[in-house]
Write a new protein. Structure first.
Length: 275
C-alpha cells in the first residue's frame, strides 16, 4: 500500500514537471544582465517587521482620526447649511428692513439738519429781538396804566380843576389804557378844551370818538358836543347837519330829546359871530 502511494506521487510529480516544462524556452537565452540591475532580496528580520507593524498601526490610527474628523465636519457642515438656508429665507426681510431704516435714518438726519438751521435762525432772531427790546427799554421805560391817575383826573374834573385834569388825562392817554376807558379819556379832554374855550382842539377829541369808538357810550353825547361847538364857532348849518346825523342813528331817548332842543335853540337864535 505504501509503495503504491509512493509510486502515484512520483507519477504526479513527473506529470507536473512535464506540464511546466512547456513554459520554459526550448533554447538557451542570452539576455544581458547588468550587475547594477541585479537585486538580492533578503527577508526582513524581526526588528524591521516590528517597526513596520508599528508604522502601520500609527497609519491606521491616523486614518481613523481623519475619518472621525471628516464625520464631525460633515455634522458641522450640515448645521452650517441649515443656518445658511435659514439666513437665505430671512435675507429679503432683513434687506427690506435695512432699506426701510436707512430711509428713516436719512430722513431723520435731514430733519436734524433742518431743525439745527431753524434753531440757529430762531436763536439769531431771539438775539436780535432781545437787542431791540434792550434798546427800547433803555430809551423808553415801560408805561403801565394807572387807575390812581384815572381817578385823580376825574376828581380834578369834578372839582373844576380843569388844567390839572387835562394834564392827568393826557398822561393817561399815553399809558395804553384799557379799551373801555379810551373813549372816556378822549371825552374828558374834549370837554376840558371846551371849558377852556379851545374849541378846535375840543372838536378833534369828539370827532375821534365818532371815528374810533362809535360803539362806545360816548358816541351820541359827542354828536351833541360837536353841535354845540359848531354853533359857538358860528357854523350854524354845520351844527344842524351834525345833530341831524345823530338823530338818524337812533340815539337813546334822553339824548334824543336834548338834540331836538339844541336844534330848536340854534334855529331860534339869530346868526352871530363866533364866540
Amino acid at each position: 500500500m505504501k509503495c503504491s502511494v509512493k509510486n502515484n506521487l512520483i507519477i504526479l510529480l513527473v506529470v507536473i514537471l512535464c506540464g511546466c516544462g512547456g513554459y520554459f524556452p526550448t533554447e538557451k537565452t542570452h539576455w544581458p544582465i547588468s550587475k547594477g540591475e541585479q537585486h538580492t532580496w533578503y527577508p526582513p528580520d524581526e526588528t524591521v517587521l516590528s517597526q513596520r507593524r508599528a508604522n502601520q498601526l500609527w497609519l491606521d490610527n491616523l486614518t481613523h482620526e481623519i475619518e472621525t474628523l471628516f464625520i464631525n465636519h460633515a455634522s458641522i457642515t450640515k448645521q452650517e447649511l441649515y443656518l445658511y438656508e435659514s439666513i437665505n429665507k430671512v435675507e429679503p426681510q432683513i434687506s427690506a428692513i435695512k432699506f426701510k431704516y436707512k430711509k428713516k435714518i436719512e430722513s431723520e438726519r435731514e430733519r436734524k439738519i433742518r431743525m439745527k438751521k431753524d434753531l440757529e435762525m430762531s436763536k439769531l432772531g431771539f438775539i436780535s429781538a432781545e437787542s431791540k427790546i434792550k434798546k427800547i427799554m433803555a430809551v423808553k421805560p415801560t408805561i403801565v396804566f394807572s387807575v390812581h391817575d384815572y381817578n385823580a383826573a376825574m376828581k380834578y374834573f369834578r372839582d373844576g380843576l380843569f388844567k390839572k385834569s387835562l394834564k392827568a388825562f393826557i398822561k393817561l392817554s399815553k399809558q395804553n389804557p384799557p379799551l373801555f376807558l379810551q373813549d372816556n379819556i378822549q371825552f374828558g379832554m374834549g370837554s376840558i378844551y371846551y371849558r377852556l374855550k379851545k374849541y378846535s382842539m375840543a372838536r378833534n377829541h369828539f370827532q375821534k370818538i365818532l371815528d374810533d369808538y362809535a360803539r362806545g357810550d360816548k358816541r351820541f353825547i359827542s354828536y351833541f358836543m360837536l353841535g354845540l361847538i359848531y354853533n359857538v364857532q358860528g357854523e350854524k348849518s354845520r351844527a344842524i347837519f351834525v345833530l341831524d346825523e345823530a338823530l338818524g342813528n337812533n340815539p337813546p331817548k334822553k339824548i334824543k330829546n336834548s338834540i331836538h332842543r339844541l336844534i330848536n335853540i340854534i334855529n331860534d337864535e339869530p346868526s352871530h359871530a363866533p364866540g
